[in-house]
Design a protein around this ligand. Sequence first.
Ligand SMILES: C[S@@+](CC[C@H](N)C(=O)[O-])C[C@H]1O[C@@H](n2cnc3c(N)ncnc32)[C@H](O)[C@@H]1O
Length: 397
Amino acid sequence: MVLREKFVVCCVMKNKVFTLEIEKSAQGGDGFAHLPDGRACFVQGALPSEKVIAKITESKRDYTKAETLEVLVPHSLRVAPRCPYYGQCGGCSLQHADFSLQKSMAEESIRDTFRRFAREELPENFVIHSGNSWEYRNRIRVQKNRENVWGFRAKKSHQILPVAPTCPILVPKLREFLKSPEALAIQAQELQVFENGNGEISYYYNGMSNQEFSEKSESVVEIAGKKIHSDASVFFQSNLGLLPILVKRVLEEAGEGSLLVDLFSGVGFFATILEDSFEKIIAVERDSGCLRHAMKNLKNSAEFITTPAEDWLQENMVSKNATLIVDPPRTGLPQSAVEVLLKSSLLRLIYVSCNPVTLARDLKLFKSGGFSLDSLEGFAFYPQTPHLEMLAVLSRK
Ligand SMILES: C[S@@+](CC[C@H](N)C(=O)[O-])C[C@H]1O[C@@H](n2cnc3c(N)ncnc32)[C@H](O)[C@@H]1O
């Protein structure tokens, strides 16, 4: 088919309606089906094994996207979404699936992702740890709408839905705060709010005075016997209910040693948790807002370096006696960082990831440098959404 014909076919397909059999779930929580012309179709709102009527929303040469119009044969674990804004709000796209099904869908799509990107089978004992499936989220970024209500952006739109004060995945203290006179009086378009697991709220918005910042933004979280200082403007983990399980597994995997390097360290979270087990600690983080907290969180002997991790790695060889923990953003490790690590004498790596796709991509690179996967597990940090936290341990001889 010449290019122009392909373009015409793609345009004609948009808005067409098909009856589809959903074969499995895909990365991102969509149902996966094939169109009569053989192309893959990612169907939003459809569950594995369902038969649905779906409308094409995007048509490309190799794949298409569709939205579910009607479910003809539902999955036995399909449930009624709890939130009235489901389908409109940009978050929580999996509320139509029971949480047990969400977990098995996540496992299926991770299995596919690791096969496809890393030629790696999931370990036989693969597990997804989970906690509360509602009222779990303790950190959020909200926007204010014209009616002075804090909310979240609608899907594919700039509209702000007044959902935050009733959002069913937020911990109750956050919901209460978002409708309080204090929150409603804040003159800002965007607000970052954090609840520290102990009912205390801190928040941050652009343009806050220094005095307000020191009174309202700082927080302390108690975890694994440590008090971790932070503020609402910098990264902090957002499921404090499940975090202790991740921390426990990281403590078990890290063991003891002479040197711990914590890359993408935020306020020095993992470094602080692990510092009693290591003689020396180096924490590297790009966001300078973390420095002040890291200095409080870590012992005096620890080094906290504010620079991109990939730049630090270019100048500092990680030796074979080091234990390295990395916790990069969704984009995964910069390729230059992986290249340097492969040239170093590093033998073991603990990788905390919030994106299975980039984790699998990076695993493929590490495997090409002689590493293999010792363990892999998931953490359902974001129920009702397709996102998952993962912990991988890699080593080489
Ligand atoms: C997923 S968070 C993890 C933070 C920390 N490990 C924790 O548990 O709180 C990723 C962190 O990496 C930082 N970051 C992003 N890109 C970076 C880079 N190239 N070099 C160093 N830090 C980076 C972000 O500012 C953020 O604090």
